[in-house]
Structures are given as C-alpha cells and as structure tokens.
Ligand binder design. Sequence first.
Ligand code: NAD
Length: 377
Amino acid sequence: MGAASTIRSIEVELDANPYPIVIGTGSLDQLGERIIAQGIKPGTKVLLVTNPVVEQHYGARAMTSLEAAGLLASSLVIEAGEDQKTPATVALIHDAAFQQRLERGSLIVALGGGVVGDMAGFAAATWLRGIAVVQVPTTLLAMVDAAIGGKTGVNHPGGKNLIGAFHQPKLVLIDPSSLATLPVREFRAGMAEVIKYGVIGDKDLFTELEAVARANPQGGLASLGAVGPDLLQSLLERSAAAKAKVVAADEKEGGLRAILNYGHTLGHVVETLCGYGTYLHGEAVAIGMVAAGAVAQTMGLWSAADQARQIAVIAAAGLPAVFPDLASGEVLNCLQGDKKVKEGKLRFVLPTAIGKVEIRSDVESATILKAIGAPKA
Ligand code: NAD
C-alpha cells in the first residue's frame, strides 16, 4: 500500500451536517487540501491540538499540509492521558483559541487518540458557541470509534464523560500508517471495537476477521504487522461505515445508537471495579462482549457455536475474555449506576446471531451473575 489511489471516502449521511471520513495511507499529507475541499477558505485560522507523543511523530506533517493549503495554522500541545481529560485542559484550549483570536469561521483540528479528540471536539463545540472541528485520529480506537459520530466531552470527578456535547466534525481523516508508532496493547484495544462492529451488524466484517483468526488463532489480529496494510484498510473502511450508518440513523443516541454499547455494560463494570488503568477500555469491552454473549446464551438467544466464534476472534486479537473475580454485590451495584439504566431498568445489548443484536430490559441479576462465572458473594 502507499499509493494515493487507495485513499477512500465514506460519507456520514446526516441531513443537517453530512461529512466524509477519508481513509488511506498518505492522507495525513493531504490534510490541508481535504479541509479546503470541505468549503473552508484559505486564510482561515486553524488551531491544531495534539499531545506530545503524537506531535513528535506527526505534528510537522500535519502543520506542513495545513500551511501548504494556505491555512493560518498554530498548534497547542496538551498533556497525554485519560486523567488529563478534564475541564481544566479544555480551558487551556480555550485560552489558545483566545490568544490566536479564533473566530466563528475558524477551525480546530484534533490530532491524536480519543482523549485529544474528545477534548478538542468539546472545546470547538463550546468556543464562540461552536466552531468547526476536524478529527484526525491516530489510535485504532479513535479511528473506528471516537472520532466518528460527534460525541465530545470530558470527565467529571463523579464519572467518565459526564460533561459534553454532540458536535459533528467537518471531516474525519484517517491515515492508517500513523498506527506504526502505536503501542501494540493500544492496537489490540482498538481491535475490540472492530470485532464489536462485526458482531452487532456486519456479518461480512466478522467473517473477514474470522478467516484471519482461523489462519493464526494466536495473534492474527493482534498487531499491525500481523494484520497487514490491505486488511487494515478494509477493516477501517468497514468499521467506519458501520459507525457512520448507526450515527446517521440516530445522531443523538435516541435508540439505535445504543447498540454501539454492545460489550460496554459489563465492560464498564470491569473498568470501574478493577480500577481505571488495570484494563484498557477495549480490553474491558472484549471481556464485556464475551460476558454479554454468555448472558444471551443463558437466555437461549445465542448459540454456543456463535459464542465460540466470538471468543476465537477475540483470542486472535490477543484480548482478554475471562471476567475478573469480582464480588456479586459490587457487580450489581455498579450496573445500577450505569448510564444505560433507563427508568430503573438495565438495558443490555445482547447478540442473537453474528451480525445481529437485540436491546433487552429483561435480564435477571441471577442470569448476569451466572454468565460472569458466579463470583463469590
Ligand atoms: P488515548 O487518546 O489516551 O491514546 C492512547 C495512547 O496512545 C496515549 O498515550 C496517546 O498519547 C498514544 N498515541 C496516540 N496515537 C499514537 C500514535 N499514533 N503513536 C504512538 N502513540 C500514540 O486513548 P484512545 O484509546 O484513543 O481513546 C480513549 C478515549 O476515547 C477515552 O477517553 C474514551 O472515553 C474516548 N472515547 C470516545 C468516544 C466518542 O464517541 N467520543 C468513543 C470511544 C472512546
């Protein structure tokens, strides 16, 4: 790969603000011209927000491309890490926006993982009551999930992502070659979300993953090197298309978008009770998907064979599948505090076939506990 001809565009078909997701090696060097193609005029002020690691690898290329397209670019480097995803860091972005005199027509570009994207997006949503943002994700998770769909925000001491806004980007630009520097554990965590799209709605994507898992059960999906550029391009396109479709059908999470939470309900329990940082989000989602599969199996909705197929793909991605040993009471308490509880009822996304899920509010506590291996009281 490497030829510009492999750069593809997928449209997020929203009525009010449709936008393209551009995917392909070398697209980072086209950042400026792709922004201009979205109707932004040369001479527009652009604030590039990134973090130190990403800046070191990709900052200069992004800035060169912005300047070559005649955009008036400045940059701000914020600290990396989930613990930096706070209103205080957003205030730093606002300060930079003020210093650079960003106007209504100006633009923020988020270059980084989901942390940078969520914060830069939220800063754009709130500066002057909303200026444009372009997402340039550099982690697999952000490429297939966080950068697409317009959810932006920061954490509150009371919980993750409690402060935020829906603010769709003008453009999402994905250069797969930027994954070359991503730590392998982060790559695997992103792969959990790719697998999720297969299970919830794209049988062909799942089959593509399964073929790789069959050929190399111990790691066929576990690193950039194992996956290779052609399969990676295909996985990125399919995942982006899957997310774009759900977002277009349900922009503000009224209903259908909830299916994207597959694996996240019990995954969230794992993240919370084991302490943030023990498991990466994607690792917890992998455990959560296997647990949701076990719940669905207990309820007679999902076959043992399909559960085995799901587990095989997760194993090939080098992701964990076994629910940690947690006390039943704590698990149930944590589930009650989940954002997915509606009118006191826990809503579970459960698989019924590869490529199909149902949202259920009738999952018994005993079923959940059985599915996660009946932990001690
Ligand atoms: P992250 O942004 O923390 O990035 C992970 C690590 O990789 C960081 O240390 C980062 O500096 C580093 N990194 C990023 N790109 C790199 C590269 N190309 N080379 C080397 N290192 C690189 O984590 P993430 O997994 O991308 O995102 C997680 C965040 O995304 C969470 O805050 C989560 O809440 C959010 N999220 C948002 C949405 C949404 O819809 N908005 C969806 C899913 C997750």
